[in-house]
Write a protein that binds this ligand. Sequence first.
Ligand SMILES: Cc1cc2nc3c(=O)[nH]c(=O)nc-3n(C[C@H](O)[C@H](O)[C@H](O)COP(=O)(O)OP(=O)(O)OC[C@H]3O[C@@H](n4cnc5c(N)ncnc54)[C@H](O)[C@@H]3O)c2cc1C
Ligand SMILES: *[C@@H]1O[C@H](CO)[C@@H](O)[C@H](O)[C@H]1NC(C)=O
Ligand SMILES: *[C@@H]1O[C@H](CO)[C@@H](O)[C@H](O)[C@H]1NC(C)=O
Ligand SMILES: *[C@@H]1O[C@H](CO)[C@@H](O)[C@H](O)[C@H]1NC(C)=O
Ligand SMILES: *[C@@H]1O[C@H](CO)[C@@H](O)[C@H](O)[C@H]1NC(C)=O
Ligand SMILES: *[C@@H]1O[C@H](CO)[C@@H](O)[C@H](O)[C@H]1NC(C)=O
Length: 525
Amino acid sequence: MVFFQQLIWGLITLDLSWWRTTFQVPQEPKSIAIVGAGSAGLAVLERLLKVSAQKGQEWDVTLYEQTDDVGGVWLPDTRDLRPPEIPYSPLYPLLRTNTPVPSMTYPGFPFQPGTPLYPTHEHIQEYHRQYASHRQLFPHIKFQHSVVEARWIGSAGGGAWNITFVDHSNMTRYKEVNHLVVASGNHHIPHIPRWPGQEEWLEHRRTGRPQREILHSVYYRRPEKFTARTLLIIGSSASAQDAAVQTVKFTKTTYISVRHEIHLPPGSDDVVTKPDISHFTPNSVVFADGTEVGDVDSVLVATGYEQRKPFLESGGALTVDPSAHSNSSSTGRGGTLVTNLRYIFPLHQHIFSLSPEYPVNALAFIGLPTRIANCPSDFAQGLFVAHAIANGSILPGREELLGELALREEKVRKYGYDPYTVGHEMVNGTSSDYQDELVDFLQKTNAIPKTGAKYVENWRRYIFDYAYLKRGWKRIEQLGEGDKWVKGIETEEQWSSLMRRVNEWQQRYEEDNGVPFVQDMVIGG
Ligand SMILES: Cc1cc2nc3c(=O)[nH]c(=O)nc-3n(C[C@H](O)[C@H](O)[C@H](O)COP(=O)(O)OP(=O)(O)OC[C@H]3O[C@@H](n4cnc5c(N)ncnc54)[C@H](O)[C@@H]3O)c2cc1C
Ligand SMILES: *[C@@H]1O[C@H](CO)[C@@H](O)[C@H](O)[C@H]1NC(C)=O
Ligand SMILES: *[C@@H]1O[C@H](CO)[C@@H](O)[C@H](O)[C@H]1NC(C)=O
Ligand SMILES: *[C@@H]1O[C@H](CO)[C@@H](O)[C@H](O)[C@H]1NC(C)=O
Ligand SMILES: *[C@@H]1O[C@H](CO)[C@@H](O)[C@H](O)[C@H]1NC(C)=O
Ligand SMILES: *[C@@H]1O[C@H](CO)[C@@H](O)[C@H](O)[C@H]1NC(C)=O
């Protein structure tokens, strides 16, 4: 049966590799486990199924997802959890995307007509569901399956991952696969700094005031919670700024502690900006400039997330070393995989682990890069992984790849950044080049046909240069004209032209009215 399918597929796709694989080099059927059904997991699942079909091979591909639906961070977690329990997603009801939806699509799969340019999270969640349904991904996804350990059993030459997971009926099970693809997201394990004196500050009781609290933004849901309180937000990320704008309508005072000057969006005039925290006393919060605030009730720590993969750590495949800051420390461990909580290394193209313990295509990560439009990037990474799994020989040897990595890190240093600090961030606007490189490589090795065109379409390249777009869309919504603008917008070309028109419309308005220019585009969370 399998052979018959291969034969048919081989004829349909005129790909004769089935002949070689079937008659010359008997190969074990490929088995692959993916962790996570967010944007990244769906993209790689789709690419793996597509490439295996093109090759006329039947790969055993299973995606494990701990929640009961696709969408990852776009799927809200409405349970009222407290530490040490961590919600699946930091999503809060008032969240709207900070990037226009055409930037958030997989190639060739635009959003439904009528979607606002900066929609609520429900639209993004629904988009993922439609994608999974259209591409027939659901049969390959096991929901309410939580991967707790992945351990390599084998050697540099070959072996298997022993994947241990807890299934929907709380049964611990395991499965062996040859390839593990980690798409478990970057926004799950809160990074919570500690300050001197915070315990004494927390324990200090005040009459007539609520008990003090320090909470990470992963728990932030509704601004009403802070009614009549004094709130101190720490951090300058999009979520920190969102929380400031939303809570200031309810709080006694909202402070925001930032390291560098930020431009808060309109509506946040009453938010008070403070520098870094120095320490706490039992009565107050003391800042780096020596100023103190005495009446803080709640501290919301919006300081981001740690780059960790607990199931790899428990399986001995990833070492946590917060102080690992150069490639020498990885060499010290024999070059096995390390995370310093920002950067996982050594990886080829932020994807394949270069640990010497297993073959180069045995462990892949999808979705690590930030400051990138993630769906098209996940899709390009997914294609790269699918072909490197189909034929491991397309990748050069480990030593050569380590050399490439050293060059890549050197380039990041040339841009003025420390690769071990910026981690997987696409610095200096290199995110399109990165995706193009992945696809160019596959073309160069004849894994896919040459097209003569760059992978990242022209219209995507300039989305983040539309400096007036977000404010333009806001004004359109205030005028109640959103539906009118998006009516009939279906194809990628139409979406792209809509963005151009909104951007120009707002630029003219700001120039005519002398509205000061404020840069407010932020990519990613
Ligand atoms: C609050 C917030 C707002 C954002 N806003 C934007 C925006 O406006 N525009 C933009 O482009 N990007 C935004 N981002 C970035 C966003 O993270 C990406 O757009 C993208 O959704 C990430 O997808 P992912 O698949 O890589 O990870 P995730 O969406 O995190 O998906 C990972 C999945 O893996 C599952 N998982 C994890 N561990 C396990 C395990 N052990 N076993 C089983 N399953 C597991 C999780 O349940 C989850 O479903 C935002 C992020 C956040 C946090
Ligand atoms: C795989 O993991 C399971 C559960 O953790 C364990 O019982 C089993 O012995 C492991 N298999 C091998 C070959 O190590
Ligand atoms: C699942 O099993 C673990 C231990 O095997 C147990 O501690 C936990 O309470 C169980 N959870 C549920 C929801 O049954
Ligand atoms: C695998 O890739 C190598 C290197 O590009 C190539 O020489 C070989 O023909 C490929 N094998 C198959 C089965 O396509
Ligand atoms: C570490 O990286 C630097 C910069 O890329 C390189 O010059 C150096 O040789 C590397 N050191 C080791 C031990 O690999
Ligand atoms: C990095 O970006 C800055 C600002 O866009 C630019 O001036 C600079 O030339 C870039 N650096 C390199 C090495 O490309």
